[in-house]
Design a protein around this ligand. Sequence first.
Ligand code: RB5
Length: 152
Amino acid sequence: MKLIIGSDHGGFALKESLLAHFLEQGCDIANMGCFSEESVDYPLYAFKVAQAVAAGEKDFGILVCTTGIGMSIAANKVKGARAALCSNELAARLSRNHNNANILVLGARFVDSANAKRIAGIFLESSFDGGRHDRRVGMIDNYQTFFDTEGQ
Ligand code: RB5
């Protein structure tokens, strides 16, 4: 499984902790930065991670910022990215089961390192349920079709 992780300065410490954890486990994980607590613009890191996942270069992405909100908004602008902001293990599991989320977003202000590792572990070991959820995810992928046919 190929992973990619990124953060801004607000998520740097948590990102580094997660990165060390995954490397200790022997995971294939790319670090897209940032590389210090110097202030940076979170959309840049969200776009890099989301593009790598949407292009199929990586299986899953992890993004961290202070709240997780900016990273979520930015990552979901990339077609094919399904970024889910999760603050507990159930949300992480359901984001995979129901939404086929391919990027886990964490808010460093809301989850500590131990919790983040558990949440990430559940996210990565859970799978998509398909069925009715596949139809719904497909509707999101093809949202322009909805406006073309229903929204007039
Ligand atoms: C950075 O100060 C902060 O705005 C960022 O980490 C994130 O929380 C944005 O949504």
